[in-house]
Design a protein around this ligand. Structure first.
Ligand code: ADP
Length: 659
């Protein structure tokens, strides 16, 4: 398994996340500072242009008033020196009024403050002029008379709220004060006349005094004031000021759009960083989980004792686990990426191994696994049991083959040893059985030998009698022969039984074998008061080793008889039956003994398991080996038909010769 890259520590991860955040914050701060500077710059520019405009307006006004002063001075001078003064006043004053809408009225007084003429004659100021004007004008009149020079009056209000000021210009005739020209200006009119439209579009112009009393105003705009600038309004002076206020403009839409876009982008960056942070956290968690999973898998793989080997579809090794490396002695680096022939293949079996390898790649490996000989790096051969399975990746694609490899050398060795031991055991068992049978044999042989002796004595007696019938002697000798044959058979059987010979399977008559065995144990059965019964229909021949089969039957019959030692004598029946089935014969040995306790049922066929004080416990184990050698089965069941309510039936099957 490939190793994962080292984990990113949580501290470093936090740094990685903090750096772009810091960067974005700094960038945002720089952008905000830039915008602020631009704004400040704009304000500064606005202020400069405001001051410039105000200065221009003030200059304009001053120039206008100075120009008018000059003209009135000239008029006053002409009124003092020329003849047709009334006419002159009318023409010149009319002219001035026409050109200066800000002049409300021009009045010509004599030195005693009587009105000589006034233009326009009927004006709102009239009534007050008759009473010699407002006090501010009177003051200016006096001052001008005293100083002998033109004087502006204080501002004053007329006809409601309209603010005015007056200019008093003394008229001299031959160096004597001969009258006074009083020109009344409307401040509103002045602003209306001299503040151009573009100025009013940009600013609000107000005339105020030191006490913030407003005298006139002109503006075409409304809104929130931003900057203002004041300048003394001189003439007329008297604490009057211009106050010019600029108003906040809606601002540059492009600039606003830009600022908005920057804010939106910054928000977007923050948002995306939030998502990235989330993703990185999730990723870190997933990596952590993966690492844990990887560690678990590695631990599992390392602790496996089964070798694992993965190959791709071309047969190249892509992975081997530590167990496989231990098994073959080659390291993972020596095996991974190797293509056939593999270093662990046995050189002498290269062709067979290659054929098997191709079969696996073609998907024809036996599903129950197969055995093969491999060679370790040190040259030692070992037996491997291999199960091949398709390797499927995460997308369900077949990418190769995964083999689990078991080293079964030891197992095979143990099996061979067990087989040899079993064989040895069989032989020993035969010897033991022989010992057990010795007394039975003696008893068995007694019968025919006694019969032979008695037939022999009979014959001798007949021969002693001269009138003997030769037929009687023949009959006796024939019977003697039969008994001698029987004795001979008994002895041969023992001889055969004891002699260790290779099992030979040949067609035999099962019924005959069973009858023989019954005959063999008859004496013992009588001694044990056991009634032997057989149920043997005509049976086809079976393929068996006669001696081995006899050993099985004798063992099972003897076990059955022994099991009935506690059964009432009249119920001690042992029944041997044989039934032909499909391709086989089923033999049953049923007793009415105590049966088999459930707890020992599983151990019954285990070697050396016995419940008898003098038992060896190998009988049933050998019986099963013999029956399995004959390709049959041996098992035990409860004898449900037993009249005592308990008992056992041992069954075994044997294949028919034709099967
Ligand atoms: P042994 O006869 O030497 O004990 P076996 O292998 O023949 O060895 O039998 C093992 C055990 O199986 C016996 O000790 C006995 O407990 C049980 N057994 C065998 N046959 C029978 C039977 N017919 N009825 C009850 N128990 C039996």
């Amino acid at each position: 398994m490939r190793s994962l890259p080292p984990p990113v520590s949580t501290r470093r991860l936090r740094w990685f996340l903090a750096l772009p955040k810091l960067g974005v914050v700094l960038l945002l701060a720089a952008v905000v500072a830039l915008l602020w500077l631009l704004h400040q710059n704009e304000i500064e520019e606005e202020r400069t242009s405001l001051i410039k405009d105000v200065l221009w307006l003030e200059q304009n006004l001053r120039f206008h008033l100075a120009n008018n002063e000059e003209q009135f001075q000239q008029l006053a001078q002409d009124l003092g020196s020329q003849q047709d003064r009334k006419q002159l006043f009318r023409v010149r004053a009319g002219h001035m009024l026409k050109n200066n809408p800000d002049i409300v009225q021009i009045v010509w007084y004599d030195p005693r403050r009587r009105v000589l003429d006034a233009l326009p004659a009927a004006s709102p100021v009239d009534s007050e002029l008759e009473a010699f004007g407002p006090p501010a004008t009177q003051k200016a009149f006096e001052l001008a008379g005293r100083l002998n020079k033109r004087v502006y009056s204080e501002p004053f209000f007329l006809s409601g709220n309209a603010a005015h000021f007056a200019l008093a210009v003394p008229v001299f005739a031959e160096r004597q004060l001969a009258g006074m020209l009083v020109v009344t200006y409307s401040i509103d009119g002045l602003l209306g006349n001299l503040v151009p439209w573009w100025f009013a579009e940009k600013y609000r112009v107000v005339v105020v005094d030191d006490n913030d009393v407003q005298f006139a105003a002109k503006s075409n705009i409304e809104g929130i004031p931003s900057l203002s600038y004041e300048l003394p309004f001189e003439p007329p002076g008297y604490g009057l000021n211009f106050r010019v206020t600029s108003y906040q403009t809606p601002g540059n839409p492009l600039q606003r759009l830009l600022a908005g876009a920057i804010l939106v982008l910054a928000a977007g960056v923050f948002w995306s960083m939030w998502i990235v942070r989330d993703l990185m956290r999730k990723r870190a968690k997933a990596e952590e989980a993966l690492r844990a999973e990887h560690a678990l898998r590695s631990a599992m793989e390392d602790s496996l004792t089964v070798g694992m080997r993965a190959r791709d579809l071309t047969g190249k090794i892509i992975y081997v686990n530590p167990a496989f490396c231990r098994m073959t002695g080659f390291s993972s680096a020596e095996l991974v990426d190797r293509s056939p022939p593999m270093p662990y293949w046995v050189p002498e079996q290269l062709d067979e191994t290659m054929a098997l390898h191709r079969a696996v790649l073609a998907g024809e490996a036996p599903p129950d696994g197969f055995e093969i000989t491999f060679r370790r790096k040190d040259g030692e051969h070992f037996q491997a049991l291999i199960y091949e399975a398709p390797l499927i990746d995460g997308n369900g694609r077949h990418t190769g083959w995964m083999a689990s490899v078991l080293d079964v050398t030891e197992r095979r060795r143990a099996e061979e040893l067990a087989r040899q031991q079993q064989e040895q055991l069989q032989f020993t068992s035969r010897l033991v059985t022989m010992g057990e049978m010795a007394s039975t044999l003696a008893h068995e042989l007694n019968q025919p030998l006694a019969a032979i002796a008695s037939y022999n004595a009979g014959c001798l007696n007949l021969l002693a009698n001269e009138n003997f019938d030769p037929g009687d002697i023949r009959q006796a000798l024939e019977k003697l022969g039969v008994q001698a044959q029987r004795a001979g058979r008994i002895i041969r059987r023992v001889h055969d039984f004891v002699r260790k010979s290779e099992p030979k399977r040949a067609p035999c008559n099962l019924g005959e074998i069973i009858e023989d065995c019954i005959g063999f144990v008859e004496a013992e059965a009588r001694k044990r008061h056991v009634h032997l019964e057989t149920s043997l229909p005509a049976l086809p021949p079976v393929l068996a080793d006669r001696l081995m089969l006899e050993q099985v039957l004798l063992n099972l019959i003897r076990n059955g008889m022994e099991a009935m030692s506690g059964t009432p004598e009249n119920r001690r029946v042992l029944r041997v039956s044989a039934t032909p089935g499909a391709g086989e014969v089923i033999v049953g040995i049923a007793d009415n003994g105590g049966g088999i306790a459930p707890e020992i049922r599983d151990k019954l066929f285990t070697a050396f398991f016995t419940t008898k004080p003098e038992g060896m416990g190998v009988g049933l184990s050998i019986c099963r080996s013999i029956i399995e050698f004959h390709r049959g089965r041996l098992w035990a069941e409860d004898n449900v038909q037993s009249p005592t309510g308990s008992g056992t039936i041992f069954h075994f099957t044997l294949p028919l010769e034709s099967a």
